[in-house]
Design a protein around this ligand. Structure first.
Ligand SMILES: Nc1ncnc2c1ncn2[C@@H]1O[C@H](COP(=O)(O)OP(=O)(O)OP(=O)(O)O)[C@@H](O)[C@H]1O
Ligand SMILES: [Mg+2]
Length: 350
C-alpha cells in the first residue's frame, strides 16, 4: 500500500508539462533572470538545449529531456507497415493492468504514423470507445449487434475524431449480457472471426492492424477475440501479483491454439505502469523478461498522469499530449510492434 502511494506521488511530479518544469530547473541553476529575458527571443531548440544543460542536477528535468530526445528520434524513425492485416488481441484476465490504455495508445501511435488501424472494443465497460472519442451510448450500433445479430463490422465502425486513419467498433453496456447470450449461438466461438473475415473482404476493410480490447475475464468474448487473432499482446502491470493468473492465460492461449486457431501465439508483452525508481517494478520486469525474453518489449510504459487523464477528454495520450513521457513511450512501443512484426513476416514465422 505504502509502495503504491509512492508510485503515484512520484509520477505526478514527473508528468509536469515541460513549460512548468523548466521554471524551477532554470531557477535552481541561478540563471532565472537571464533565462527569462533570453527565452522570448530564442527558439524552442535553444530552450531545450539550456534545460538539457541543467538536467544533470535535476532528475525531473532529466526525465523530460530523455522523453523529448526519444520523441525526436522516433519522429524520423520508419514504422514499417505489415504485408497483410495483423490481428492482435490485447488480453489479460487480471483487471486494470493497462489493456485498454495499451490498445488505444498503440493503435493511435501506429495511426499517427500513417497505418490504417481498427480498434474493436470487446469490453462492456466501453473504455476503449471512450478513449477514442466515439459514440457508445446504449442503443448505438456496436460490437453487440455484430456478435449477436451478425451486423457487418463496416456498418458499426466509426472514424475517430482525432486521427483520420483510426477507426473504432464501439462497445455499449448492451454487451454486458453477451457472454451468456452467446452460449446458445451457432458457432459461438467464431462469431468475431466470421465478422472480421467479412470485413477484410469488403471495401474499406483493408486495415494494417486490428486491435481487440478484451474484458478482464476469460469468457466467450475473450475466446472470440483469440479465435480471430494471430497474435496476443499481454500487458503486465509492474506491481504486486503481476504474474498471478498469467499461467492460466497462457494455458488458455494454448488451448485455443490446439482446438480453435492454430495460428494464435503470444507475440508481445508490454510492461505497464513501470516506475524505475522502485525495486518492486524492476524485480517484476526482470522476472517477466526471464520467463518471456522473446516476447517482452524493451520499451516500458511509465506511470503517467497524462496517460490516465487523456480518456476524460475523449482522447489518447498520443494526441492529448504528444510530448509527454507516456505518449513517447507508447510511440516507442508501437514502433517495436511494427518493426518486430515486419521482421517476423520476413522470417516467415507468422
Ligand atoms: N501508464 C499509466 N499511467 C497512469 N495510469 C495508467 C497507466 N496505464 C493505465 N493507467 C490507469 O490505470 C487504470 C487501468 O488501466 P486500463 O483501463 O487500461 O486497464 P484494463 O486492463 O483495460 O482494465 P480492465 O481490466 O478494467 O479492462 C485506468 O484508470 C488507467 O487510466
Ligand atoms: Mg479495459
Amino acid at each position: 500500500m505504502h509502495q503504491h502511494e509512492t508510485h503515484v506521488t512520484g509520477s505526478t511530479g514527473a508528468e509536469a508539462p515541460v513549460t512548468t518544469a523548466s521554471q524551477p530547473v532554470l531557477g535552481t541553476s541561478g540563471q532565472a533572470s537571464i533565462g527569462g529575458d533570453v527565452s522570448r527571443e530564442t527558439s524552442h531548440d535553444d530552450a531545450f538545449a539550456r534545460i538539457a544543460a541543467d538536467a544533470q542536477e535535476n532528475p525531473l528535468a532529466a526525465e523530460l529531456i530523455e522523453a523529448e530526445r526519444k520523441r525526436r528520434e522516433l519522429e524520423n524513425a520508419p514504422f514499417p507497415k505489415p504485408a497483410g492485416t495483423r490481428v492482435i488481441t490485447v488480453s489479460n484476465q487480471k483487471g486494470g493492468v493497462g489493456k485498454t490504455t495499451t490498445s488505444v495508445n498503440v493503435a493511435a501511435a501506429l495511426a499517427s504514423r500513417g497505418a490504417k488501424v481498427l480498434v474493436i472494443d470487446c469490453d462492456p465497460q466501453g473504455n476503449a470507445s471512450t478513449a477514442l472519442g466515439v459514440e457508445h451510448r446504449s442503443g448505438t450500433p456496436s460490437i453487440y449487434e455484430v456478435l449477436l445479430d451478425e451486423t457487418p463490422l463496416v456498418e458499426v465502425m466509426q472514424q475517430c475524431p482525432d486521427l483520420p486513419t483510426l477507426w473504432c467498433v464501439p462497445a455499449t453496456i448492451d454487451l454486458a449480457g453477451a457472454d451468456i447470450e452467446l452460449v446458445s449461438a451457432v458457432r459461438r466461438e467464431y462469431r468475431l472471426h466470421d465478422a472480421v473475415a467479412q470485413l477484410r473482404a469488403s471495401a474499406g476493410g483493408d486495415f494494417d492492424y486490428i486491435f481487440i480490447d478484451c474484458p478482464p475475464s476469460l469468457g466467450l468474448l475473450t475466446l472470440n477475440a483469440m479465435v480471430v487473432a494471430t497474435e496476443v499482446l499481454i500487458p503486465i502491470q509492474c506491481e504486486y501479483y503481476a504474474l498471478e493468473g498469467l499461467s492460466q492465460l497462457i494455458k488458455t492461449v494454448e488451448m485455443v491454439r490446439k482446438h480453435l486457431n492454430p495460428r494464435i501465439h503470444v507475440s508481445t508483452i508490454v510492461l505497464t505502469m513501470y516506475d524505475q525508481r522502485t525495486n518492486l517494478a524492476r524485480e517484476v520486469a526482470a522476472e517477466v523478461r526471464s520467463h518471456f525474453p522473446e516476447q517482452t518489449l524493451e520499451q516500458t510504459i511509465p506511470r503517467s498522469v497524462r496517460v490516465s487523464e487523456a480518456p476524460s477528454f475523449g482522447q489518447t495520450v498520443i494526441t492529448y499530449d504528444p510530448h509527454s513521457s507516456g505518449a513517447v513511450a507508447y510511440l516507442a512501443v508501437a514502433r517495436e510492434v511494427a518493426v518486430r512484426g515486419a521482421a517476423a513476416q520476413t522470417e516467415g514465422v507468422r
